[in-house]
Design a protein around this ligand. Structure first.
Ligand SMILES: C[S@@+](CC[C@H](N)C(=O)[O-])C[C@H]1O[C@@H](n2cnc3c(N)ncnc32)[C@H](O)[C@@H]1O
Length: 334
C-alpha cells in the first residue's frame, strides 16, 4: 500500500474511530471507568446502554488505546483515555461532544451540498449557529464548555506572552463565559475588564467571573456587536470571533470596535492564521468547519487579516505566536 493510500484509508477509518470516541464521551464511559475496571454488562447498566452494542464500541476503543482489557469482557481506562473524563483539567470530553453534536455532525456530512451551492446546509436546517444555541440550552452549554476548555492553552499563552499595559481596561468582545478575561485579569492585578456578549451568554459569564473572585474588577455587558460595543476600553480582544463572519460583517464588528476604543488603544485578534503553503495545518481543519457551519465564516491568512483591519481604519502592528497553532494579531488605529 502506498503512503497516499495509507493517508486516504486512515481518513476513512478516522470516521469510525471518531464515532467510537463520541459514544465514549456522550455515555460518559471514562467517568464510569474512572475508579477501576468494569465488565461490559455492568458498564452498560451504569450508562444505560445496550451491552452487545457497547462491547463492539469498546473493542474499537481498545484498538485506539483509550481503554484496555483487564480480564474477560472487562475493560479499564488507559492514561490516554483518562483525558475523556469530565473532571480532569485538560479534558477533551466537551470538544468531542461539540464536534459530534447533531448540528455540527450534520454540517460536516453535508459539506458536499454546501460546496455545491456555496450556502451552508447547517444554516438552512438550523439557522445561524448563535440563534440555534440561544434556543437550545443543552447545545449552548456544550458549546460554552467546549470554548472554555479549548481556549485554556491559548489563554495561558496570551496572559504570558502579551505585554498588557498595567492599568488598562480590556473589553473582551464576544468573550463567551469570561474564561479568557478571568485569566488575563488574574495575571495583571491592576487591570479591569468588561465582558461583552449576547444576553443568553452573559449570565454564565457573570457567574464565572464572580467564582473567580473578579466581580470588583470585571463588569458584564450584554449586547450585539453589530450595533455597538462598550466604549472607552484600552484593549479590545476578539478571540475566535472574526472567523465566524465574512469580510463585510468582520469589518462592521471591527468598525464598531474602532469607534468605541480610546485613541491610543489597541485591538487584539486571537485566531489561527492560515499559512501560505499547502502543508497540513490546524487552520485548514477549522476552516472547513467554518465553511460548513456559517455562511461566510472563514479562517484568514496574515494578508487577509491586514485587509479587513485596514477597512476598519486599523493597522496590523504585530503577530505573536501563542502555541497550539493560534496567533495573536495586534492592531492599532491608523
Ligand atoms: C466562537 S465564540 C468565542 C468565545 C470566546 N471569545 C472564546 O474565544 O472562547 C463566539 C462568541 O460570539 C458571540 N456572539 C455571536 N454573535 C454575537 C453578537 N451579535 N454580538 C455579541 N456577541 C456575539 C457568541 O455568543 C460567542 O460567545
Amino acid at each position: 500500500m502506498s503512503h497516499s493510500d495509507d493517508l486516504l484509508w486512515g481518513a476513512v477509518g478516522d470516521l469510525s474511530r471518531f464515532a467510537a470516541l463520541l459514544t465514549m464521551a456522550e455515555l460518559g464511559l471514562a467517568d464510569h471507568l474512572a475508579h477501576g475496571p468494569l465488565d461490559t454488562g455492568e458498564l452498560a447498566r451504569r450508562c444505560h446502554a445496550h451491552a452487545p452494542s457497547l462491547r463492539r464500541v469498546l473493542r474499537q476503543l481498545a484498538s485506539m488505546d483509550v481503554v484496555c482489557p483487564a480480564g474477560p469482557d472487562t475493560y479499564e481506562l488507559t492514561a490516554k483515555g483518562a483525558a475523556v473524563r469530565s473532571d480532569v483539567p485538560d479534558s477533551v470530553r466537551s470538544s468531542i461532544r461539540m464536534l459530534g453534536e447533531e448540528g455540527f455532525w450534520y454540517a460536516m456530512g453535508m459539506l458536499p451540498a454546501t460546496v455545491r451551492d456555496g450556502s451552508s446546509a447547517f444554516v438552512k436546517r438550523y439557522g445561524h449557529l448563535y440563534d440555534h444555541l440561544a434556543k437550545n440550552p443543552t447545545s449552548s452549554s456544550i458549546f460554552d464548555d467546549y470554548m472554555t476548555r479549548r481556549a485554556r492553552p491559548l489563554t495561558e499563552g496570551l496572559a504570558k506572552r502579551y505585554d498588557f499595559p498595567a492599568t488598562a481596561t480590556m473589553v473582551d468582545v464576544a468573550g463567551g463565559k469570561g474564561h479568557i478575561l478571568a485569566t488575563v485579569l488574574h495575571a495583571n492585578p491592576q487591570m479591569r475588564g468588561i465582558l461583552f456578549d449576547l444576553e443568553h451568554v452573559t449570565g454564565h459569564a457573570a457567574a464565572t467571573l464572580a467564582a473567580a473572585g473578579l466581580s470588583d474588577r470585571a463588569e458584564v455587558v450584554s449586547g450585539d456587536f453589530f450595533a455597538s460595543v462598550p466604549a472607552g476600553g484600552d484593549v479590545y480582544l476578539l478571540a475566535s470571533v472574526l472567523h465566524n463572519w465574512d469580510d463585510e460583517d468582520a469589518v462592521k464588528i471591527l468598525r464598531n470596535v474602532r469607534q468605541a476604543m480610546n485613541p491610543d488603544g489597541r485591538v487584539l485578534v486571537l485566531e489561527v492564521v492560515l499559512p501560505d503553503d499547502e502543508a497540513p495545518h490546524l487552520g485548514k481543519d477549522i476552516d472547513l468547519r467554518m465553511l460548513a457551519i456559517f455562511n461566510g465564516g472563514t479562517e484568514r491568512s496574515r494578508a487577509e487579516y491586514a485587509a479587513v483591519l485596514g477597512q476598519a481604519e486599523l493597522k496590523l502592528s504585530d503577530i505573536i505566536e501563542l502555541g497550539s497553532g493560534a496567533s495573536l494579531i495586534e492592531a492599532v488605529p491608523r
